[in-house]
Structures are given as structure tokens and as C-alpha cells.
Write a protein that binds this ligand. Structure first.
Ligand code: BTN
Length: 260
């Protein structure tokens, strides 16, 4: 984008801005494959092929935030996946402390990586990566990770399986302000993760999670489980108690009975 004042991001990040892209995740993947450095943030005002988790599309008209962080941590794929919780926490903090000072928002994390306001989804996160497992190495090491973040500010889709909402421009929230606050908070949590590991992130995520101890419905690929949401384990899996057993679930959509 030309002749526009770009949002400010912390010194370790480089913001690359576009009017429109197919998908910021797709662009970030292309740039990562061409060697874009750790800390590159790809931002677009709209997307023509925004994508969500599990093959869903992500409605991407101007007025909402669409961005993707390219990261190259020295970590295994499974450890690096923990950064999706750092992204969710950063959205929560950006909403709670920076974007809307003076306005009390009911913000919560929903497993795995959604952010809710007033019980409705306002943000989603899509993590994609490339890794190498050279011959003789059992734990794949990461080449790059792309953390895509979408935040509904001006609008949200109506016909979604899980109810969606937007923060609303009347709260004073702007796309640029949200991006600045998000990058600042993410930088903090990335530093915590690099120096102290997943435990502090997990604790902060649990302190903000919706529905711990409550009944939950988990939709896995072919299977639907009803149980109690016990928490999240040290690997980021959902812990579900069902018929006296604890199951650790790594991929699912979850619903709270009152909203399903
Ligand atoms: C979800 O299904 O909840 C994840 C949605 C992730 C959407 C964001 S918008 C920016 C980035 N680019 C994409 O194409 N997807 C992510």
C-alpha cells in the first residue's frame, strides 16, 4: 500500500501491508517459502479467499482485521503449535486492555483458538507450518510457522454453526489499533514462551477460558462426544471427562449446550 501511515509494530517485526490478497496465510506461506524473516506480519484490508479451520472459508470484507505472522522459532512442530494459544491470548488482551479502554467487554478464550465476546465468536486463528524430518530424525523440526488471525471489528457472518459477533466500531476499535495492540501483546507472549515454555501461557489461557467444569459437546471428524470440559493439558489438548474417563482431544469443534 502506498502513501498510508502503517500501524506501528514492535521493533522485532516487519509489517507488509496489502489492499487485498487471496489470503494473508497464503501470502505468508509464499513469502516464508521465499525466505521472509521471522517476525514478518502480512496484513490485508480484505481477502478474496480467506480460510478458516477445517477447510471452512472466512468472510473477509474490509473493516475487519486479517493478518498472518511468519515465525521461525527453534522448536519442534508440536511445541510451536502452542503459539496458537499465545495468539488467542493476545487477541483477548488487545480487546480487554488496549483497544477499548473504559469499556468492559466479556472476553473469553474458547478451545482451541477462538476468542469470544459476550459468548459469541469474534476472532479465529489458523496455524499452518512447514517442517523437515531429515533421515534419522524422529521429531520434525520447523522451517516456518504461519499464524493467521482474523478479528471481526465492523461485521460478522450471520449463518455460522457457532454464533459470531463483531466488536463494533462504536467501541472505538479500529483495524489499525487492533493490529498494533495485537502485535504488542503477541510479542510479550512469544517472549514468555521462549524463556519459560508453555506453562505460563497455558495458565493464562485457562484463566480466560470459557466453560471449564461445564458440559460441552465436542465434534470430532465422525464422532460427537458429550462430556465435562475439565481443562487443557500440557500439550494444548482439550481434556474431556466422559463416562468416568478422561479423553485428551487434539482436534475438534466444541459447543456449549446452551449455544448449540
Ligand atoms: C477459524 O476457523 O476460526 C480460523 C479463522 C482464521 C482466519 C484468518 S483471517 C487472516 C488469516 N488468513 C486466512 O486466510 N485465514 C486467517
Amino acid at each position: 500500500m502506498e502513501n498510508v501511515k502503517l500501524p506501528k509494530v514492535p521493533p522485532a517485526y516487519q509489517l507488509v501491508a496489502f489492499e487485498s490478497l487471496d489470503s494473508t496465510n497464503e501470502q505468508a506461506r509464499r513469502m516464508a517459502a521465499e525466505g521472509a524473516p521471522d517476525g514478518t506480519i502480512v496484513w490485508a484490508k480484505s481477502q478474496t479467499a480467506g480460510r478458516g479451520r477445517r477447510g471452512r472459508s472466512w468472510i473477509s470484507q474490509p473493516g475487519n482485521l486479517f493478518c498472518s505472522f511468519i515465525l521461525r522459532p527453534d522448536a519442534s512442530v508440536s511445541d510451536a503449535a502452542q503459539l496458537s494459544f499465545a495468539a488467542a491470548l493476545s487477541v483477548v488482551e488487545a480487546l480487554r486492555y488496549t483497544v477499548t479502554p473504559g469499556i468492559v467487554l466479556d472476553v473469553a478464550c474458547k478451545w482451541p483458538n477462538d476468542v469470544l465476546v459476550g459468548g459469541k465468536k469474534v476472532a479465529g486463528i489458523l496455524l499452518e507450518c512447514q517442517a523437515q524430518a531429515p533421515h534419522g530424525v524422529t521429531v520434525p523440526q520447523l522451517d516456518w510457522l504461519v499464524l493467521g488471525i482474523g478479528v471481526n471489528i465492523s461485521h460478522h457472518p450471520e449463518e455460522t454453526e457457532y454464533p459470531a459477533a463483531s466488536i463494533g466500531v462504536s467501541t472505538g476499535t479500529t483495524v489499525e489499533g487492533m493490529l498494533e495492540a495485537l502485535a504488542m501483546s503477541f510479542d510479550h507472549w512469544l517472549g514468555v514462551w521462549k524463556t519459560q515454555g508453555f506453562t505460563p501461557l497455558r495458565n493464562a489461557w485457562l484463566a480466560n477460558a470459557k466453560g471449564i467444569g461445564d458440559p460441552v459437546i465436542a465434534r470430532l471428524g465422525q464422532e460427537t462426544l458429550n462430556g465435562i470440559f475439565v481443562g487443557m493439558n500440557e500439550e494444548g489438548a482439550l481434556v474431556l471427562e466422559t463416562e468416568g474417563n478422561q479423553r485428551h482431544i487434539t482436534a475438534a469443534d466444541i459447543f456449549f449446550p446452551e449455544t448449540s
